[in-house]
Design a protein around this ligand. Sequence first.
Ligand SMILES: Nc1ncnc2c1ncn2[C@@H]1O[C@H](COP(=O)(O)OP(=O)(O)OP(=O)(O)O)[C@@H](O)[C@H]1O
Ligand SMILES: [Mg+2]
Length: 96
Amino acid sequence: MAAALHAGMTIYLFGNLGAGKTTLTRGILHGLGYHHVVKSPTYNLVEIYKISRLYFYHFDFYRFNDYLEWEEAGFREYFNSDSICVVEWPEKAGDL
Ligand SMILES: Nc1ncnc2c1ncn2[C@@H]1O[C@H](COP(=O)(O)OP(=O)(O)OP(=O)(O)O)[C@@H](O)[C@H]1O
Ligand SMILES: [Mg+2]
């Protein structure tokens, strides 16, 4: 998967608690050449990685109680042509 990724892509990971979304993201980051600790973004909502010129944002929206919280969090600008975004629990942001 890492080999197929390029800037501007967004990946939505759907699956129950403990399905392996963070584990998969950790593998993708390793595949991109990132060999440090990859924390779950469950508490911070986002973990940010810079891999050479690429920005890689790993989100977890599980803690959103309302999809409008996504708008208030100011995350829209993270989704751009210079970044790869991987999102756990995207359904918590509704259609936004
Ligand atoms: N493919 C797998 N094989 C074996 N164990 C796995 C696999 N994927 C995940 N696990 C284990 O399951 C546990 C939960 O995985 P992980 O944190 O990746 O789930 P998650 O989908 O991100 O959950 P959450 O929705 O809570 O963020 C971890 O202990 C992880 O090591
Ligand atoms: Mg997770």
